[in-house]
Ligand binder design. Structure first.
Ligand code: SF4
Length: 376
């Protein structure tokens, strides 16, 4: 039974140079209609058979904090009308630091939001400009400070490394600034150059240059050193948290658990069936308004496919995957299933199987993509 809900808000002030997410700038006039459509979709998602309470709700994007207070209030009213929320529900919202002020933050708090995830990416103005971000480093720092003043204690920052022009020293500065802000969660991603983005074109034209492998490896080790020294635990390949501050919503994904998805391009995973909504926000609204389904594709996972997904997603987490829980969920014995390839990766110090728990080793985390591609 799903106890998590993702709501996608696909609007942004401006499209960042590296972004391939389902997000759009210049569509503000659609926001009101889109929120109305989301309310209708939440009513559709409300499952007669399912009386469970939501443990986690995540508003992602895009930039959910671009919605007006009236639009967010309408959305939250619909949320609590159609779903029951657990008393200790984790209610996260993604935010771009350039889109909040103290009043908006107070209002989010009043609506019940208890976790803020700021997409900061860097505390270096040159790097932010190169990424096409709409905020400066100072504005990002200020956003965290006013979030605290508004009463938020659960704050996460997204930062990226391996950026064009970035040096190990500037990455260290960004990380130290983040730590000094006293946040309790960090998502630290390596930049991925996505196809058909302006960044891909700029790199091809030579107007931007990525750090070489040596610099990149240095940034990797800075990432671990600073976050661990500051008291963060790396609980997932790209995520670090102070005690008790792991993102419960994302753990549902990494455990390959069930979840509802609402909004343009949102994915739901229910009863082993994965379905994806129409991507385009306008088409999504039109479909809802015409009482049509917004689900554009869906597939039912075979037992084997679901098992393999659970293994590779679970390995992303530091705590790894339990052999016993896989047997309980799928009736499949991990060692027998993967046989020699598993033994080889254990011998190559990529994986460790200890006390019936399979985990990536430190070396395995460096080559995680290769390990996953063998297990998938
Ligand atoms: S703010 Fe986030 S979702 Fe919006 S364009 Fe930038 S990276 Fe993409």
């Amino acid at each position: 039974m799903a106890t998590s809900l993702y709501i996608h808000i696909p609007f942004c002030t401006r499209k960042c140079n590296y972004c391939s997410f389902n997000s759009y700038s210049g569509r503000e006039t659609l926001q009101e209609r889109y929120v109305d459509a989301l309310c209708v979709e939440m009513a559709r998602l409300r499952p007669g058979r399912d009386t469970g309470r939501l443990e986690t709700v995540f508003l992602g994007g895009g930039t959910p904090t671009l919605l007006s207070h009236g639009q967010l209030s309408k959305l939250f009213r619909s949320l609590v009308f159609h779903f029951q929320l657990a008393d200790d529900v984790e209610l996260s919202i993604e935010s771009n630091p350039g889109t909040v002020d103290i009043e908006k933050l107070h209002r989010l708090k009043e609506l019940g939001v208890n976790r803020l995830s700021f997409g900061v990416q860097s505390f270096n103005d040159g790097e932010l400009k190169g990424l096409g971000r709409v905020h400066s480093a100072k504005e990002a720092q200020f956003a965290v400070e006013i979030a605290r003043r508004a009463g938020f204690t659960n704050i996460s920052l997204d930062l990226m490394y391996g950026l064009p022009g970035q040096t190990p020293a500037s990455w260290r500065d960004s990380l130290e600034t983040a730590v000094a802000l006293g946040v309790n969660h960090l998502s630290l991603y390596q930049l991925t150059v996505e196809e058909k983005t302006p960044l891909e074109r700029m790199l091809a034209e030579g107007t931007r240059v990525l750090p070489d492998e040596e610099l990149f490896a240095e940034m990797d080790s800075i990432t671990e050193d600073i976050s661990v020294q500051a008291g963060f635990e790396q609980y997932e390949i790209s995520n670090y948290a102070r005690e008790g501050s792991c993102c419960r919503h994302n753990i549902v994904y990494w455990e390959n658990g069930e979840y509802y998805g609402a909004g343009a391009g949102a994915v739901s995973f229910l009863e082993n069936r994965r379905s994806r909504n129409e991507n385009d926000p306008l088409s999504y609204c039109n479909l809802i308004e015409n009482s049509k389904t917004v689900i554009m594709e869906s597939e039912t996972l075979t037992r084997d496919a679901s098992f393999r997904e659970t293994v590779i997603m679970g390995l992303r987490m530091h705590r790894g995957v339990s052999v016993a829980s896989l047997v309980k969920r799928y009736g499949i014995d991990l060692e027998r299933y993967y046989g020699e390839s598993l033994t080889r990766m254990i011998n190559e110090d990529l994986l460790v199987l200890k006390d019936h728990i399979l985990q990536l080793t430190k070396r395995g985390r460096v080559f995680a993509n290769l390990v996953m591609s063998e297990l998938v």
